[in-house]
Write a protein that binds this ligand. Structure first.
Ligand SMILES: [Zn+2]
Ligand SMILES: [Zn+2]
Ligand SMILES: [Zn+2]
Length: 340
């Protein structure tokens, strides 16, 4: 990326001593010649900076306002900003062929377009551009906070998608309690060794974690994925294995770990999947007050009805909408029996 020494006279430089504070999104630019300034309407404010540090100082002082820039084009520059709790790195993408069609007027052939794309995404030298001045997008993906994919056919569809995403919602920057604990539950599910599905649970009291759990065989036994539970390891087509499942469910493990004493009377159980009936009765018996789940399980209604009878609040929370975390897709997991 090149930062011009001398900013063009036609683009007046923002005076940092001036205080015309703006409340709407202002476009911050390091490189007026390369910025998409020409696409902005006249009502947009553009501010120009000589260096990333100058830009960082400016936005740090005004962190409660909203700014946009697409001029942090090296990993070094992005890393400078990403340490701040007010910075969000947004990756925008669309299917390759879709992008080719959208920009076809600038490109003679699909081959040229793909070559340029490889240049931008993977940093491959291109005939037209030589070596990159910027970091390839692929090298920045671990820093991305929000991923926006735009396969939409019309601007209207894209706009309604963006409206729902609401990038200005502060929870993109700092997750609320539900997103925080559900993310921990999803992380716990990654430790599962059960062949059936991955479930994680986090038991919380006064917004403090008192225990976590994931599903799998009990301590000292062979892990489920090493053959520890013949029931879970049977093939989808054979249901003849006489064994009962010996895997402990994530909720059971969290409850056992905490013990009734520590659970108290106001604990919240976060689980990435709605509890099965067997777990539901244990959750009720140990005095948990609220259950928050993300993915649906096949007996949600029956569990919900038991929770209702027992006066336990049950609600659903989906962290993926606001928060960039991945959870296993339940449709990919075979439904073999009660074990989860
Ligand atoms: Zn299992
Ligand atoms: Zn099992
Ligand atoms: Zn269960």
């Amino acid at each position: 990326m090149s930062i011009p020494d001398d900013i063009s006279e036609t683009t007046p430089r923002f005076d940092l001593n001036d205080q015309p504070l703006v409340n709407h999104l202002s476009f911050l630019s390091l490189s007026p010649l390369q910025s998409p300034a020409s696409t902005l309407t006249r009502t947009d404010t553009q501010l120009y900076f000589e260096s990333p540090n100058e830009m960082l100082d400016f936005v740090t002082k005004r962190w409660q306002e909203n700014f946009v820039t697409s001029d942090l084009q090296t990993r070094e520059h992005v890393e400078l900003f990403i340490k701040r709790p007010f910075f969000l790195l947004v990756h925008v993408d669309a299917p390759l062929y879709e992008r080719f069609q959208r920009s076809n007027k600038y490109h003679a052939s699909l081959e040229d377009f793909v070559q340029e794309d490889d240049h931008i995404v993977f940093g491959r030298p291109s005939e037209r551009q030589g070596l990159s001045q910027f970091s390839p997008l692929h090298d920045l993906r671990d820093l991305v906070n929000v991923q926006i994919t735009n396969p939409f056919k019309t601007i209207l569809e894209l706009e309604s998608y963006l409206e729902e995403l609401n990038l200005l919602d502060a929870s993109h920057l700092r997750p609320g309690w539900d997103a925080y604990f559900m993310t921990l539950a999803c992380l716990a599910s990654r430790r599962s060794n059960c062949m059936k599905r991955r479930v994680g649970a986090v038991l919380v009291r006064n917004n403090r974690v008192i225990a976590t759990g994931y599903n799998g065989t009990p301590r000292g036994l062979l892990n489920c994925n090493e053959g520890g539970c013949p029931h879970c390891n049977q093939s989808v087509s054979s249901f003849n294995v006489p064994w009962e499942c010996v895997c402990l469910h994530a909720e059971e493990n969290a409850l056992l770990e905490a013990g009734r004493e520590r659970i108290g009377s106001a604990a919240v159980l976060y689980c990435n999947t709605c509890p099965c009936l067997k777990c539901t009765i244990k959750v009720i018996q140990t005095g948990v007050k609220t259950v928050v789940y993300n993915l649906s399980y096949k007996m949600d209604d029956a569990s919900a009805s038991l929770f209702k009878q027992a006066g336990v609040e049950l609600r659903r929370f989906d962290p993926t909408k606001k928060f960039n975390i991945s959870v296993p897709d339940p449709s990919l997991v075979p439904e073999l029996g009660l074990a989860n």
